[in-house]
Design a protein around this ligand. Structure first.
Ligand code: TYD
Length: 141
């Protein structure tokens, strides 16, 4: 079982030019899992919150491609808030971490690189069941 302290902020490579920057992530080069899916959150209304779930297997790199937002990471024992506001950094979320996302700035884009294709069966969406899972309760379905 991973803790919130196993999640890390990764500095992404940056190709600086006077006319703009490029950051690149490539499988087998500088990301510790194979990227199977890319998705992004955008047009998040002011004051909205997202997340409210954990994953059994999924690992993610989260990048504030534009603007800023805050991830609240929770492993059932520890809570950690991570503010993301740079396209030059990624938050690496390990499997089994409950997350909530808040304080989206206007026009922000939350880019997610994911280790698996979408599967609803990989989600834990009930916090009480999540706590049973992290406490190794085998009675949950
Ligand atoms: P969810 O992962 O719960 O969003 P967030 O963590 O940003 O609050 O997904 C919201 C909805 O979108 C849910 O009904 C499933 C759907 N969805 C897909 O169909 N494919 C995907 O790759 C993702 C991430 C979500």
């Amino acid at each position: 079982m991973h803790s919130v302290f196993d999640c890390s902020i990764v500095d992404l490579p940056v190709v600086h030019r006077e006319n703009g920057n490029i950051s690149v992530l490539e499988n087998n080069q500088n990301i510790p899992f194979d990227i199977k899916r890319i998705y992004y959150l955008y047009d998040v209304p002011y004051g909205s919150e997202r997340g409210g779930h954990a994953h059994y297997e999924l690992e993610q790199y989260i990048i504030a491609a534009c603007g800023s937002f805050t991830f609240i990471l929770n492993d059932g024992n520890n809570i950690r808030e991570v503010f993301l506001n740079s396209p030059q950094k990624a938050l690496h979320i390990k499997p089994g971490i409950w997350r909530e996302i808040k304080d989206f700035s206007g026009g922000s884009i939350c880019l997610v690189l994911a280790s698996h294709q979408y599967s609803e069966s990989d989600y834990m969406r009930n916090y009480e069941d999540y706590l049973k899972y992290v406490n190794n309760d085998s009675s949950i379905s």
